[in-house]
Ligand binder design. Structure first.
Ligand SMILES: Nc1ncnc2c1ncn2[C@@H]1O[C@@H]2COP(=O)(O)O[C@H]3[C@@H](O)[C@H](n4cnc5c(N)ncnc54)O[C@@H]3COP(=O)(O)O[C@H]2[C@H]1O
Ligand SMILES: Nc1ncnc2c1ncn2[C@@H]1O[C@@H]2COP(=O)(O)O[C@H]3[C@@H](O)[C@H](n4cnc5c(N)ncnc54)O[C@@H]3COP(=O)(O)O[C@H]2[C@H]1O
Lengths: 144, 144
């Protein structure tokens, strides 16, 4: 029974579970790495979704992935930040769900990811569900 | 009543909630930023705890914090990665709890942090509780 209870509780709360696309920082596949590095470090996000020119989800990029992507001998090749593109270092198979996904699928993906991207049937990016969204609800559940 | 139920459920599970200190990657206050950047990007962690020579928790450092810390005009001052130290860019007030903390305090801190550090009465670092640890249990709760 608690399975159904927690499902209803996690979905019923006032604030929406999905952070809508217009409030999510993203980068494009063809952006250079310096653009992505500056965006991520100035906002303080460790990872953001990667979209193509039509707004479809193509991947996800992390700061760690950018830094590893320019690793060279003896130190990092900082100049290649301006010549390499996001599509060269991104993870092209990020956690994603469709807009009518079951809560259990979302919870399952959030065990190993800080967020999951939400897409429509055509793959257009609609927003993200973050671990914070779920943990805020769990926090409330624990205080009941 | 669910408040007590979820508390008991989150604590009772087989695997420990705390990742012990010997399995947590950390850096020292006096390390240079290049050391921290290489550790974080090669392991893929966005942030790790910062300890002093006696093993006391002194702060937490993020990849975003390292990159912002060497920002200069017109681009980043990559050479300062070898001259600046971790203590110059770390957050010196990271989320922390004592080893006998209430679950509710841990849950509260994990809403806005990917992990919280656990310390003893003298401030010695004992390990971390990660969002994954809590979400793994929530995932199980949802499948009951
Ligand atoms: N600029 C900022 N303002 C306020 N809080 C901040 C913040 N940067 C980080 N945090 C806090 O730290 C947590 C971990 O952030 P992280 O960047 O590793 O991981 C983030 C980031 O990779 C991504 N994310 C969250 N909000 C985003 C947004 N508006 N645009 C793009 N990516 C976002 O989702 C992950 C999980 O986010 P979540 O909210 O669960 O958890 C966030 C949030 O609680
Ligand atoms: N090298 C790796 N191996 C396996 N999974 C990885 C991984 N790097 C990242 N992940 C996955 O991505 C999540 C977010 O990692 P992040 O580095 O932003 O955030 C991490 C990282 O800042 C820190 N962390 C976790 N384990 C650590 C460790 N052994 N040593 C140092 N810091 C750790 O705690 C945060 C939350 O960790 P959590 O496990 O909840 O969540 C992790 C984990 O599910």
């Amino acid at each position: 029974m608690i399975g159904k209870h927690i499902g209803k509780f996690l979905l019923d709360s006032g604030d929406p579970l999905v952070v809508a696309a217009d409030r999510v920082a993203t980068v494009r596949t063809e952006n250079n790495l310096l653009h992505a590095l500056t965006l991520l470090s100035s906002l303080g996000y460790s990872s953001v979704p990667v979209l193509d020119v039509e707004g479809r989800l193509k991947g996800q990029i992390t700061l760690a992935g950018i830094i590893s992507g320019i690793k060279a001998i003896p130190t990092y090749d900082w100049d290649s930040l301006q010549t390499k593109t996001v599509s060269e270092v991104m993870d092209s198979n990020p956690g994603r769900v469709h807009e009518n996904a079951e809560l259990e699928d979302v919870l399952h993906l959030l065990v190993n990811n800080n967020y999951v991207s939400v897409v429509d049937k055509k793959g257009i990016f609609l927003g993200i569900v973050t671990r914070k969204g779920i943990l805020r609800r769990v926090n409330r559940l624990a205080h009941e």
